[in-house]
Design a protein around this ligand. Structure first.
Ligand code: FES
Length: 575
């Protein structure tokens, strides 16, 4: 493609194109790799931020895929440079990857700022990596395209299809109830994760990859391709080709992530039955693009958009089936009358152009709008005296009887107390009780761990109970399910009303009215507040201390106060 701006205007020109002692050093160090001026001269330098690592099987194929991206960059006349970044493997990082989402966002932004990069291909997929990479690239403000890792293949155990997380929780309860053996459990362990790629239910990873596509930040259809499908490698090469043109076109994330694009993303999230975690991440991403967004918008849209993706945990199928059914392009085509099709995407074309011709091939996997899986969207936002700044729930994944429920509480001060108590055979609990967990929020967790799907007490599991109302300021995995009310804001650790709940209080949940109410008088709450003392700091030094000082509450997106917004950051001096 003919350059639309002069090569001298490229950012990288300041490092590589001038004739001084410093640029001599830069060029000589590239020659050290065996490159020559033919590799970089006058070409856009494309950073490939790769979150591959030996500890993250969700990204296990991204080491090889980076070579496909490089192939595409070179085909289009760019110069690719791969830069490794924090991998954020959801199963391994403790206490929670959420503690490090902002870390990866900062790392992405600063890797791009400090190096001679003109455009970037972002490679991620495991839960927090998608928002983190996009947040960082958005703040940096150079052209960026997102390459989603894609879901792993379906799990399999004795002919039963297994979904990541969702079926682990399910069979764990069967094991606790004595319904399956240790040998069965070991076989499930070997069958539930059969290939590289992200969790293959509609967890946070699948949700956020779809949101990135709906927002316009991926190539059309990219988010649905299974990680090990050969079309994934072709998509990576195509992304490499496209980013070079995006540099010449100066097509930055700020031109793509508009209010209308964010609304499209929220609509798709609702139609997918997406993870509750998406609320936090979409707010954070939108705010990096300078947009005002709060949880109310999610609730407004949830009342308009039904769930049409029949994928676990809300539905029956897995992401591999979703791909064969036509993938996200097909879902968006089904939803097209609800979307703003004029939004610009990384292709340089509109969303409407990107989904033209898409069709649903398996209507049981992607339902028609007139026959939804669940009449309203995936996520409800509740408010009330227990959560003045809101809390969230996934009604489509809960037993319907809990959508309007009043019950006595059993309150736990922290995770360890809860984990101990729920195993007690003599715990005074019924299925109508409401379990309350404190100190699982952004500062209290810290990092808002995915503790929100509190285990059903052992004695109830044995009696066949599989759902009950559970309330916390923590998050829950997108693979989880049940009547779990999450993200209570403000959190208990900073003195939110959740901190004042005691065992045997009564709480009422009314999802239709979007209300949550603690039935304790204002006088009694004032008395409890006067007696409440803040817990000690979780971290005295290091990143954890910085996190605790600067992280925003869940309803604000949990970004750091000094990273939000669009204030300009100076380009580095090159001397
Ligand atoms: Fe990586 Fe679920 S563990 S996406």
């Amino acid at each position: 493609m003919t350059p639309r701006k002069a090569p001298e205007s490229l950012r990288s020109h300041r490092w590589l194109g001038v004739n001084d002692m410093r640029s001599f050093g830069h060029r000589s160090r590239l020659r050290q790799f065996g490159y020559d001026a033919a590799d970089w001269g006058g070409k856009p330098v494309i950073g490939i931020i790769n979150t591959w690592s030996d500890i993250n099987a969700c990204h296990g194929h991204l080491r090889a895929r980076a070579e496909d991206v490089k192939r595409g960059v070179q085909q289009a006349g760019g110069f690719p440079l791969e830069l490794p970044a924090m991998s954020l493997a959801e199963p391994f990082v403790k206490p929670s990857t959420m503690l490090y989402r902002n870390f990866l966002a900062m790392e992405t932004e600063e890797l791009l700022r400090s190096h001679p990069i003109d455009g970037v291909v972002l490679m991620g997929g495991c839960d927090k990596t998608t928002p983190a990479l996009i947040m960082g690239a958005t703040s940096m403000g150079i052209p960026a395209i997102y390459v989603p890792a894609g879901p792993m293949l379906r799990g399999n155990w004795r002919g039963n299809q297994l979904g990541s997380g969702t079926d682990a929780w399910k069979y764990w309860d069967e094991k606790r109830a004595g319904n399956i053996s240790e040998d069965d459990w070991a076989e499930i362990e070997g069958g539930i994760s059969r290939s590289f790629g992200t969790c293959m239910v509609m967890g946070t990873a699948a949700t956020m990859m779809a949101i990135a596509e709906a927002m316009g930040m991926t190539l059309p259809g990219a988010s649905s391709i299974p990680a090990v499908d050969s079309s994934h490698a072709r998509m990576c090469a195509a992304a490499g080709r496209r980013i070079v043109d995006m540099v010449w076109e100066d097509l930055t994330p700020g031109k793509i992530i508009t209010s209308a694009a964010v609304d499209n993303a929220i609509r798709v999230h609702m139609a997918m039955g997406g993870s509750t975690n998406a609320i936090i991440h979409v707010i954070a991403m939108a705010r990096r693009a300078g947009l005002k967004l709060d949880m109310r918008r999610f609730d407004e849209i949830s009342r308009e958009i039904p769930v049409i993706a029949n994928v676990r945990p809300s539905g029956q199928y897995l992401m591999e089936d979703f791909f064969y059914a036509g993938g996200l392009r097909a879902l968006m085509a089904e939803l097209k009358d609800k979307l703003d099709l004029s939004c610009t995407t990384v292709t340089g074309k509109s969303l409407g152009e990107n989904i033209a011709g898409a069709a649903v091939y398996h209507p049981d996997v992607i339902h028609p709008l007139r026959d939804p899986l669940y009449a309203e969207g995936a996520t409800a936002v509740l408010t009330g005296n227990l959560a003045p700044d809101g809390c969230v729930m996934k009604p489509s994944a809960a037993e319907p009887r809990f959508l309007h429920h009043r019950g006595k509480t059993i309150a736990f001060e922290d995770y360890n107390e809860m984990a101990r108590e729920v195993e007690r055979e003599d715990l005074d609990v019924t299925a109508d009780h409401i379990l309350v967990l404190k100190n699982g929020g952004p500062k209290g967790g810290p990092g808002m761990p995915e503790w929100g799907m509190l285990p059903i007490p052992r004695k109830l599991v044995k009696a066949g109970v599989r759902d009950m109302v559970r309330i916390s300021d923590a998050r829950m995995s997108g693979t989880s399910y049940g009547a779990c009310i999450l993200h209570v804001a403000p959190e208990s650790y900073v003195g939110g009303p959740l901190a004042l709940v005691q065992t045997d209080d009564e709480i009422e949940v009314d999802v239709a009215r979007r209300r949550i109410h603690l039935h304790v008088s204002d006088e009694e709450l004032a008395r409890r507040r006067a007696a409440w003392t803040p817990p000690p700091p979780r971290y005295e030094r290091g990143y954890g201390a910085m996190f605790s000082q600067h992280v925003a509450q869940a309803d604000q997106g949990c970004d750091f106060d000094f990273l939000e917004g669009t204030a300009a950051t100076a380009e580095p001096e090159i001397h």
